[in-house]
Write a protein that binds this ligand. Structure first.
Ligand code: ADP
Ligand code: MG
Length: 692
């Protein structure tokens, strides 16, 4: 068996896979035979039961294809517009139906005769003469043959490797494939408690089920096992963290919150107060804090971060805040300076753009402990940045940093407390699975006095009126963003920033001043355009989504998003957050093509400004896989399950994981050997398990 692990059976060695098809399998990510075994069908065609002819058009199933079985009463073959058409009328006990082949099925010509028994599957259509089935699949049955249909798995296919071919290879090799199944992560007793089949049977149930229920249960088993492994992994990481009692215990002096608030020009919102207390409570433990702070743009996270810095400073510890861009770092620097001045906390910037002299100065003051807070970018990670006593690490827009970068910053202190921040609300389901080893705080309330951004969804035909509106706003002294999904006109046909800029400059807004920002401009050009816009020199900024983060121009009160159908809801909400930053009434206008029905989806944005609700809706609409493709959360780590669709299974797996960890925290018992092996296959956990 070890031999097969080190030298896995290649896909090319299976029966039915030749030199031609091997690369096609590889293109689908199927390199080894085991990959094929783990390549699950995404649906099944049920060819078992024919529907009586009389029920073909009312079939309750919402499947798009139906099965029918009957005896041929007439055959008609004709040509129309150069296509051969074969129409066979057949009858069963309930009535008649027509089976129809068009064009590409020329080979059926001459095959059918009155009196034959025939099975067909295809898409049903209504006609005056009764149901017509456009046949995708058929079989001629012998006079006494009993129809014996099966469930046909449908695999994700490619242009040159159809599902049918994949199914044939799986079927031919199934017994051999099943020999490759290793130890099962799911403990035996658990599997039977939940009514799951043994793992080999479950694989058979996925690829060759006797009925849809078997397939469903088999898939559920793999999803459950996968979620169980992830949930146990998260609990192990958390336990590991809890085992280290080496964090600085920070004392919260009486009345600190009141002192903090007294120095602010406004009162904290209830949500801010609650979250500050959660964070301070974590920081007063000897276990390092690992907390995710979520709050919509403008909810006041910077202030909360400031409160954490104040507590660290009061206890003689330094803090470091890392942001993904220079612009964001500069913004934090400015805001935190005004918050922290009354507390006499000296702040040092650590930025890539800093001159050598200024940088050395900052580094000296951080190394000596004179400065209590460093605010910077990746520039904080280099070796020459040293702290005297780093007790708190804050990571802004945490999803934009890799694990390694976060670890590098933390390594500059001895087990510092860590606060992760994000302005992109993460749906609860994702938070509980992918971020299961983080504690969560949410600021679910905006500071008072904000007016909601009025949002409209508008068809492309009316874009001229949108621009008229922009002109009115500019006439009153306002400014506007116009966002396009691509930089250049591509084959995708999407609106491009360059083309829109040109058109607006030449025609629509020829009397206004415009600026252009996109990712292919040099930093200097970008900065210059941004500077013109934020100073008010440009009335309209045409941009790609680079404006999503880091732009703060309070005078801009209109956000126009072209081709809004190309964005997820969460991303549109982020874009919308670029306006509404002053007391002026603000607007977001989402433009979508005439031929698309986007009104339902976009209406979620026109009806709510609640980022958490929007993120939930987005996840529901797109599924976790797609959702993960945005800037939200990194890649989906699940092979079989979809955390959004299968959340009930996840919750169950999570409960089971907790009970396993209670009984056998180091996973040493025999029944957990398979689970342990699955975890050891994850590099970050191998070490952890070895040391426990
Ligand atoms: P975030 O980082 O969550 O997007 P910020 O911390 O930058 O939000 O705060 C946005 C704006 O709201 C800032 O100008 C800040 O001064 C202001 N602000 C924060 N908290 C409050 C509050 N409780 N009351 C009034 N204004 C607040
Ligand atoms: Mg912020």
């Amino acid at each position: 068996m070890p031999a097969s692990a080190s030298d896995p059976l290649g896909i090319g060695e299976l029966a039915g896979v030749g030199g031609k098809s091997e690369p096609l399998f590889r293109d689908l990510g199927i390199v080894t035979a085991k990959d094929l075994l783990d390549y699950f069908p995404f649906r099944y065609e049920d060819l078992r039961e024919p529907t009586p002819a009389a029920g073909l058009l009312t079939a309750e199933s919402n499947e798009s294809e139906v099965n029918a079985l009957g005896r041929i009463v007439s055959v008609r073959e004709r040509r129309a517009r150069g296509l051969e058409i074969v129409e066979v009328t057949a009858r069963d006990q309930s009535g008649t139906f027509v089976a129809k082949w068009i064009g590409r099925h020329r080979y059926v010509i001459g095959r059918f005769h009155e009196g034959m028994r025939i099975f067909v599957r295809g898409r049903p259509e209504r006609s005056l003469a009764g149901p017509i089935i456009s046949v995708s699949h058929y079989r001629i049955l012998g006079e006494t043959e009993r129809y014996c249909g099966e469930i046909v798995p449908v695999y994700r296919a490619s242009k040159f490797l159809p599902s049918r071919k994949i199914a044939v290879v799986v079927r031919k090799n199934l017994d051999r494939l099943l020999e490759l199944v290793g130890v099962d992560a799911l403990p035996l007793a658990l599997a039977s408690e939940f009514g799951f089949a043994p793992v080999i049977e479950a694989y058979r149930g996925v690829h060759a089920p006797a009925d849809p229920e078997e397939a469903r249960l088999a898939r559920e088993r793999f999803v459950f096992a996968e979620f169980l492994v992830m949930a146990v992994a998260a609990l192990l990481r958390r336990a590991e963290r809890e085992r280290h009692h080496d964090a600085a215990v920070l004392r919260v002096p009486d009345g600190l919150l009141a002192d903090f608030e007294r120095e602010l020009p406004f009162a904290l919102t209830c949500a801010q107060r609650r979250v500050v207390e959660e964070i301070w409570r974590d920081m007063s433990r000897d276990v390092p804090m690992n907390r995710l702070l979520q709050g919509d743009v403008g909810s006041g996270k910077t202030l909360v971060a400031g409160a954490a810095v104040v507590l660290a400073a009061r206890n003689g510890f330094q803090s470091a805040l890392m942001a993904p861009t220079e612009i964001l770092a500069a913004q934090h620097l400015e805001r935190l300076t005004s918050v922290l001045v009354p507390f006499r906390i000296a702040i040092e910037p650590v930025l890539g753009a800093q001159g050598a002299r200024a940088r050395q100065n900052s580094l000296d003051r951080l190394a000596s402990g004179e400065a209590l807070l460093a605010v910077g970018t990746h520039a904080l990670l280099t070796q020459d940045v040293e702290f005297k006593r780093l007790g708190l690490v804050i990571i802004d827009e945490q999803h934009r940093f890799g694990v390694r970068h976060r670890a590098l910053l933390r390594a500059k202190g001895a087990s510092p407390h860590t606060l992760h921040m994000t302005a992109t609300p993460i749906p609860r389901t994702l938070a509980q699975s992918q971020y299961a080893d983080l504690d969560e705080s949410r600021i679910d309330e905006l500071p008072p006095g904000r007016t909601d951004i009025r949002t409209f969804a508008v068809r492309q035909t009316r874009v001229a009126r949108v621009y008229d509106f922009v002109r009115q706003i500019v006439a009153k002294g306002g400014q506007a963003f116009v966002v396009a999904p691509t930089i250049d006109e591509g084959e995708s046909g999407a609106a491009s920033a360059n083309a829109v800029y040109e058109e607006l400059t030449r025609d629509v807004f020829s009397d206004l001043r415009l600026a252009l920002v996109h990712g292919r401009l040099s930093t200097k050009e970008k900065d210059e355009a941004m500077r013109r816009f934020s100073k008010g020199d440009a009335h309209v900024l045409v941009a790609t989504t680079v404006v999503e983060v880091g732009v703060d121009v309070p005078n801009a009160s209109v956000m126009v998003v072209l081709d809004a159908h190309r964005y997820g809801l969460a991303q549109l909400h982020q874009l919308r957050g670029r306006v509404g930053r002053s007391a002026a009434e603000s607007y977001c206008i989402l433009v979508y093509p005439d031929d698309r029905d986007e009104s339902d989806r976009l209406s979620i944005l026109t009806q709510t400004n609640d980022g958490f609700a929007i993120a939930e809706a987005d996840l529901e609409l797109r599924g976790a896989g797609e959702f993960a493709g945005t800037a939200q959360s990194g890649k989906s780590e699940f092979r079989f399950g979809d955390i959004a669709r299968d959340f009930a299974i996840y919750s169950q797996a999570r409960r089971v994981a907790e009970s396993i960890m209670k009984r056998d925290p180091a996973l040493r018992s025999r029944e957990h050997a398979g689970l342990r092996a699955a975890l050891e296959a994850m590099p970050s956990l191998r070490e952890l398990l070895a040391s426990s």
